[in-house]
Design a protein around this ligand. Structure first.
Ligand code: IPM
Ligand code: MG
Length: 353
């Protein structure tokens, strides 16, 4: 098969981790006989430096004309510490998601038995936890307008907006995931306070009837944030709005032992994007210490979702698991004094394949 992918390393540790994923993708293509073509483009702070635009038109054209996008990370402290900056790196990621119509972000949370001891949670709570969080990605408070400040600068506002159509499509997609799994869907909202959440619940109650094989339950987000830690094994598929999904998945990464482990797939109307859930980790940039597994596991999702090649995806996941068993891992999950470098982990997994 011909695989034509766009590679967007972005900021901070992005280039280092994407490099490792690329090594792995190349190794899989060699092993399974695929023809790989890829081109790189700017996004985020590096794109602002090069062009003034965090998501240049050239980058968009490359994404739109590719079969899949492999993405690293975005963000730079020089913007975080300047609340008045008009152009921000994160706008690049948000604009890409919006323009590609990536309304669903699939974030699987799976535990590796050999890593259970790295979770700060008790082993008996997390052992065997296996859930998927589906985060709505192009609506809600991230995109609602108006957003900004009053003229005198003393008041700021963000607007959370959802339409029936947006809620229906993410729910249907979530039910289809649940149907292929343990047939349980938890809809997470804040319907006791927010009007958008009440619309989510109203629409869910209607759609629920179309999927009688799936058992649906509802949970307020504050309760869900506790349940995720207290009893993660109760969950199969979770679906929630954009900002709740952002927060809950960082929390859920603790179940697996490290934020550096969680991959994701952003899917929707145009080309899908495969991105680790973590950020640009600027303190580690250029040091060759960041965990590349979330990005490597995102490339496994790419083979599965963008190309329908599940053997390739499973081969990557198996090689990642082997690297953990053999303790070829970065400092966030290594035993004291036995950490491998980012590039060593990438080389090992590519060679294993
Ligand atoms: C994520 C990240 C992004 C988000 C940031 C970098 C804009 O935290 O993908 O979870 O909030 O969506
Ligand atoms: Mg996040």
């Amino acid at each position: 098969m011909n695989l034509n992918i766009a590679v967007l390393p972005g900021d901070g540790i992005g280039p280092e981790i994407v490099n490792q994923a690329l090594k792995v993708v190349k190794a899989v293509c060699r092993k399974f006989g695929h023809e790989l073509k890829y081109s790189e483009a700017f996004i985020g702070a590096v794109a602002i430096d090069a062009t003034g635009n965090p998501y240049p038109e050239e980058t968009h054209n490359l994404c739109i004309s590719s079969d899949a996008v492999l993405f690293g990370a975005i963000g730079d402290p020089k913007y975080d510490n300047d609340p008045l900056a008009k152009i921000r790196p994160e706008q690049g990621l948000l604009t890409m998601r919006k323009r590609l119509g990536l309304y669903a972000n699939i974030r699987p949370v799976t535990t590796f038995p050999s890593l259970i001891h790295k979770s700060p949670l008790r082993a008996d709570l997390v052992e065997g936890a296996d859930l998927i969080c589906i985060r709505e990605l192009t609506g809600g408070i991230y995109f609602g307008r108006p957003q900004g400040r009053s003229e005198d600068g003393t008041t700021a506002y963000d607007t959370c907006i959802y339409t029936v159509e947006e809620i229906e499509r993410i729910l249907r997609l979530s039910y289809n995931f649940a149907l292929k799994r343990r047939k349980k869907l938890t809809v997470i909202d804040k319907a006791n306070v927010l009007s958008t959440s009440r619309l989510w619940r109203q629409v869910s109650k209607r759609i629920e009837k179309e999927y009688p094989e799936v058992s649906t339950d509802y949970m307020f987000v504050d309760n869900a944030s506790m349940q995720l830690i207290q009893n993660p094994k109760q969950f199969d598929v979770l679906v929630t709005e954009n900002m709740f999904g952002d927060i809950l998945t960082d929390e859920a990464s603790v179940i697996t032992g490290s934020l550096g482990m969680l991959p994701s797939a952003s899917i929707g109307i145009h080309t899908s994007v495969f991105e680790p859930i973590h950020g640009s980790y600027p303190q580690a940039a250029g040091k060759n210490i960041a965990n590349p597994l979330a990005t490597i596991l995102s490339s496994a999702l790419m083979f599965e979702y963008a190309f329908n090649l599940s053997d390739e995806g499973n081969a990557i996941r198996k090689a990642v698991e082997d690297s953990i068993i053999e303790k070829v891992v970065t400092e966030d999950i290594a035993e004291r004094g036995k950490a491998f470098k980012t590039s060593e982990v990438g080389d090992w997994i590519a060679k294993r394949l």
